[in-house]
Design a protein around this ligand. Structure first.
Ligand code: CA
Length: 439
């Protein structure tokens, strides 16, 4: 089960870095400039060990966990693996909100109802969300990961790229062991250091972990009650508004300005309603002064999804929009609500990494700024796509697709501009490796 865990946790580590208390801006500063003078692992470890002792970790814990430790090259291979495709929303969702996962989730809701109800009362987070996170993180404990995280974190901390972040996580992992809450054997999980039923990073555990079953220890691997309460506490402290949902699928009116559908354009639901946005069945949205944004995760041909404050809280757990929508939909489905339904016939072909790089390079040639041409479309690329679409009279949904790539090529040819030299001949020439949805 290591491989799916390793692939899944690529997004988790991004989220974990986002939610750690360690200042990201310093991430590589202390170590990144010293590649030429990089110490051997043993020298590095001796130095770390001294600092860990000064930070209060006991000699017994240091001896048991650091003696004879060696870096593990497999961890760096996992860390450096790049996705071969830009995942589409429907592919992502269909792999993660399956009928089986809904059925098992309803069973888990029933089996743990006392703990979930108590957590909901105490923290204000409904049971269905707690179960949905549990389902997305580890398939309700079905795959917890088997990688020992202390050696994994030591490997990543010794590596210079994000040393500051992982060094802090390693120290926190040792603090957890030293506290007696969880053993080194309990601290097995993903290559990136996430562990337990909810795949918390060590710093998240230390900050938000709760002893849900009152046995005197916090163990989010062995105790489902501890995992449930810890997740509820985390969400509550991240700003979850009790009594509020996350959002809903909506229907957009003809002539809707697609450029308004983005995560940084918030309006009151009343204002969206005034623009002609309705519930997916055509009835009016509630007359509400609460704010919301509209997302088009599969482009303008896919579903339109209105998201509210609690959706942003889900994004604090993991900043992937697809992940957050999968949690939201699973929570809805556990409650008997319908699946996202519109736009099922939208173009669902994936861009290969090479095609995504080609798309970014086309934007550069046309004078737009997509950020790094790395094949990983981020906010800058989406904004550059929107600007190109607006200039070409296309729906400005910012969605990177094969259709868009073909349009970019046409525009370049019309303007007698050269195509990027990396352009693959067709989608079928891309090497096919399944990324995500591997469970
Ligand atoms: Ca406990």
């Amino acid at each position: 089960m290591n491989r799916p865990i390793a692939i899944l946790t690529r997004s988790l580590i991004v989220g974990a870095i986002a939610l750690t208390s360690a200042p990201l801006t310093h991430a590589d500063a202390p170590d990144g400039c010293a590649e030429a003078a990089k110490p051997t692992f043993d020298v590095w470890l001796a130095r770390f060990r001294k600092q860990a002792a000064e930070a209060g970790i006991s000699q017994a814990t240091l001896d048991a966990n650091l003696n004879g430790l060696q870096p593990d090259d497999r961890i760096l291979e996992y860390d450096q693996r790049q996705p071969e495709f830009v995942q589409t929303f429907w592919n992502y969702l269909d792999a993660r909100v399956t009928e089986k996962r809904i059925e098992t989730g309803q069973d888990m809701l029933a089996r743990n109802i006392d703990q979930l109800t108590a957590a909901e009362l105490r923290y204000g987070v409904p049971a269905r969300y707690l179960v949905a996170f549990w389902g997305q993180e580890t398939n309700y404990g079905g795959y917890l990961g088997s990688i020992a995280i202390v050696p994994a974190l030591a490997t990543l901390a010794y590596d210079t790229r994000r040393s500051y972040f992982f060094r802090a996580q390693l120290l926190d992992a040792l603090r957890i062991i030293d506290s007696g809450n969880m053993t080194a054997d309990d601290l097995r999980g993903s290559w990136a250091g996430a562990f337990g039923q909810m795949q918390f990073m060590p710093s998240t555990f230390l900050r938000y972990g709760v002893d849900g079953d009152s046995d005197g220890k916090i163990n989010t691997r062995a105790s489902i009650a501890d995992a449930i309460d810890s997740a509820a506490n985390y969400l509550s402290q991240s700003g979850w508004q009790s009594g509020q949902g996350w959002g809903q699928e909506v229907r957009l009116p003809a002539g809707f300005n697609w450029g308004q559908a983005r995560l940084d354009r918030w309006k009151t639901i009343r204002d969206w309603s005034a623009l002609g946005v309705t519930q997916v069945n055509g009835s009016r949205l509630p007359d509400s002064g609460q704010t919301a944004a509209i997302l088009l995760p599969q482009g303008h041909d896919g579903p339109a999804i209105l998201v509210q404050h609690n959706f942003k809280v889900i994004l604090r757990w993991n900043r992937s929009v697809n992940y957050a929508l999968a949690v939201a939909e699973l929570a809805d489905r556990l409650d008997g609500l319908p699946a996202f339904s519109t736009g099922r016939d939208a173009d669902n072909r994936r861009l290969s990494r090479a095609q995504a790089i080609d798309l970014q390079k086309c934007l550069v040639i046309l004078g737009f700024d997509p950020g790094p041409t790395d094949g990983l479309p981020g906010g800058k690329t989406l904004n550059a796509i929107r600007a190109y679409q607006a200039s070409a009279g296309l729906p400005a949904d910012g969605y990177p697709s094969l259709d868009l790539l073909e349009k970019l090529h046409s525009t370049l040819q019309e303007k007698s501009l050269p195509l990027p030299d990396s352009a693959p001949a067709s989608a079928t020439t891309a090497k096919v490796i399944l990324v995500g949805g591997a469970q």
